[in-house]
Design a protein. Structure first.
Length: 184
């Protein structure tokens, strides 16, 4: 008689009813928070494929401890923290990639909706070019709308570090946008 993987899991967990309830709870959590988590991951990684991988890896790690996390009120906060930690680990291992162009792109003479789109694109490129730690602070602070204390908690650093990263990042944005002739 051959024993299936599901039967082995059931025997180890001590009961199928408890395990099934946890799996249903986890499935509902994933379905309800997938898009928010994916958006955050994209903002952290600036790459759709890497964002999906980041969310899937974070959810896989979360599933291992779901019986404990499920009892807390904010499992999404836990998953977001896992994503930030995984992303930090990834960018510590990653090389810096620079994109060099021969000439800067031409700008339109009259501002219009294309100019607005170009400004947004330039802003996003500047954010993506930031060092990973600074970009992570920007994503959590301005796109996820977390307070400085919450960002510090998620990243495991001091509030002063968050403030200095935001200050340096804003200075960099101002400089880049002025250099492009866009600042007022």
């Amino acid at each position: 008689m051959e024993v299936t993987v599901a039967e082995r899991r059931q025997a180890r967990s001590g009961g199928s009813a408890v395990k099934a309830a946890q799996e249903d709870s986890f499935r509902e959590f994933v379905e309800g928070s997938w898009h928010r988590l994916l958006r955050t991951a994209y903002l952290l990684t600036a790459d759709h494929g890497a964002a999906e991988d980041l969310v899937q890896t974070a959810l896989m790690r979360t599933y291992k401890h779901w019986h404990r996390i499920e009892r807390e009120d904010a499992p999404e906060v836990y998953v977001r923290r896992v994503m930030v930690n995984l992303n930090i680990s990834a960018w510590r291992r990653r090389k810096v990639v620079e994109h060099v162009v021969a000439e800067p792109p031409e700008r339109a003479a009259h501002p219009d909706h294309q100019e607005t789109h170009a400004l947004r694109d330039e802003l996003w490129r500047t954010v993506r070019a930031m060092p990973p730690r600074m970009r992570t602070v920007f994503v959590l602070r301005y796109f996820e709308d977390l307070s400085e204390a919450e960002v510090a908690s998620v990243m495991g650093c001091a509030v002063g570090s968050v403030k200095s990263q935001v200050s340096r990042g804003l200075a960099r944005l101002r400089t880049e946008l002025r250099a492009g002739g866009r600042a007022r």
